[in-house]
Design a protein around this ligand. Structure first.
Ligand code: 5GP
Ligand code: SF4
Ligand code: MG
Length: 466
């Protein structure tokens, strides 16, 4: 998901709408905005579909006045697989005796089912099927006298990945879980306006200046032009999601001081060194494979070309929640550039192989177009484990790499060669010259390594075995 908040600007909801539009790649199912205005109080709008189709029109935006607003774009992850209901669309809102509070959450709470059971037993009435709603109910049960303190109480009971943006009548609040699995950045806009956003690309769109990242385990409370920082969870070392660098974030965002584009290009360089091949053409599987393909071509000296053309009016395939739509998605989205491919030995570079169905279909299209050979190069290690921290991966039995050796995968996809970047190669590409620190890994890489930095409580209860 993508989250954005703004305070201290006139018509904050317009900033939020623009910020969410820049974060649309993080969630395309639905979006919501809550705004507060001293005269009319809290107002909200929750809609299915793209930001640009819902939050640009005056009839909606005029209902969201005021200098303070937050918003969310949704992408449903494991657990909440049923078709999204409008009541699952964030931000969520809670009314406490000290006032209202709206929250927007990116990530996935790994003990949400257990918390929900406990809260329902104690009388909470849940409105949605979302894991994020627990936070509001936990806050309602806190005995603290102000909302930021209640939020700390609530979040200390929550496990897993959470970047949260919240607002009261007067405050904008941002928090990251102790491992800082999901991103969150702070920016400044106008005279004394502040914004919080999932990624820096959402600051650029409104002309905000990047100040800094919210740190893992940090809470910031912003009021009247002041940013107050605290550490509700005690000391911890971050383990940011390495897959944000590979795929999830936008290439024009800066994470941990590094350009996501540059990291992806560097993964392609690593791939060309680790798994060189004689070929005539390097093609990206657009758009997610493009920077790595550029790096592969530069390092190998093989010409780069657009052998696959993407229809820009389709969204990210994998974000469509059902298997059937996903299966059709490949052809709706990608087509082969025949005249470029015919007769050539082609290296195809993609970001990841999950179920393998995309790779298989792309191989068919490339061979149909008359390619002499097809070589797949993948800009991440084999995805052998599901993510429980906010990226939608299927169960282990559907993950190609969980069930096959690399050679079996090559055979199943039907290509002349298949190679994945190594975990160390990926770490080098994100700037860790020594590779992955086995004793104390610098990132979360559980979907590749099976090393889960937070035990996925609900999943373990359901019989998942690490
Ligand atoms: P698959 O191998 O399941 O057919 O799809 C892989 C493609 O889905 C990749 O090209 C990639 O762009 C996209 N994708 C990236 N990340 C994920 C993810 O976390 N889950 C899923 N299901 N697909 C992803
Ligand atoms: Fe990111 Fe993978 Fe960790 Fe999930 S399991 S948070 S996708 S690195
Ligand atoms: Mg892709």
């Amino acid at each position: 998901c993508g989250i954005f908040g703004a305070i201290g600007v006139s018509d904050a909801s317009n900033f939020v709408a623009l910020g969410l539009h820049a974060l649309q790649h993080r969630g395309q199912e639905a979006g919501g905005i809550v705004a507060h205005d001293p005269e009319s109080g809290f107002n909200s709008a929750h809609r299915f579909g793209y930001v640009r189709d819902n939050f640009t029109k005056a009839d909606v935006m005029s209902t969201l006045p005021g200098p303070l607003a937050i918003g969310h774009v949704r992408y449903s992850t494991a657990g909440t697989k049923a078709a999204t209901a409008i009541r699952d669309v964030q931000p969520f809102f809670g009314e406490f005796h000290m006032g209202g509070c709206a929250i927007a959450h990116n990530g996935n709470i790994t003990n949400a089912a257990a918390l929900r059971r406990e809260l329902i037993e104690r009388g909470s009435i849940f409105q949605s099927s979302s894991d994020s709603e627990c936070i509001i109910h936990l806050m309602a049960r806190s005995i603290q006298r102000n909302i930021p303190e209640r939020m700390k109480d609530a979040l200390r009971r929550v496990e897993g990945a959470f970047s949260v943006i919240a607002m009261t009548r007067t405050k904008l609040i941002g928090v990251r879980d102790p491992l800082g699995v999901r991103p969150l950045v702070l920016g400044k806009v106008g005279e004394d306006g502040f914004v919080l956003a999932s990624e820096t690309c959402a600051l650029d769109i409104i002309g905000a200046d990047f100040i800094r990242e919210i740190e893992p385990g940090e809470m910031v409370v912003i009021t009247k032009g002041e940013v107050e920082s605290s550490r509700p969870f005690g000391p911890s070392k971050g383990r940011f999601c390495i897959f944000e660098h590979v795929y999830f974030s936008r290439p024009d965002s800066i994470i941990g001081g590094r350009s996501v584009y540059e990291t992806r290009r560097q993964i392609g360089v690593e791939l060309a060194r680790e798994a060189p091949i004689e070929a005539d053409l390097v093609c990206p599987v657009p758009d997610s494979g493009t920077p790595a393909a550029i790096g592969f071509a530069q390092e190998s000296g093989i010409p780069y070309g657009m052998g696959i053309i993407r229809n820009q009016y389709m969204g990210r395939t994998f974000i469509e929640p059902t298997e059937q739509i996903r299966n059709m998605g490949v052809r709706l989205k990608l087509n082969v550039n025949r005249s470029l491919i015919a007769g050539k030995r082609v290296v195809l570079v993609d970001d990841s192989v999950v179920r393998g169905t995309t790779s298989r279909k792309i191989k068919d299209m490339i061979l149909d177009a008359g390619a002499a050979e097809v070589h797949f190069r993948i800009a991440s290690p084999p995805t052998a484990w599901p993510c429980f921290y906010g990226v939608d991966t299927p169960d282990r039995d559907k993950l190609l790499a969980a069930n096959m050796t690399p050679e079996e995968m090559r055979d199943w996809i039907g290509v002349d060669s298949l190679a994945f970047v190594s975990l160390d190669g990926l770490y080098r590409a994100v700037g860790e010259a020594e590779g992955r620190n086995k004793a104390c890994p610098q990132y979360c890489d559980a979907c590749f390594s099976g090393d889960y930095p937070v035990a996925p409580f609900d999943q373990l209860e359901r019989g998942f075995r690490m």
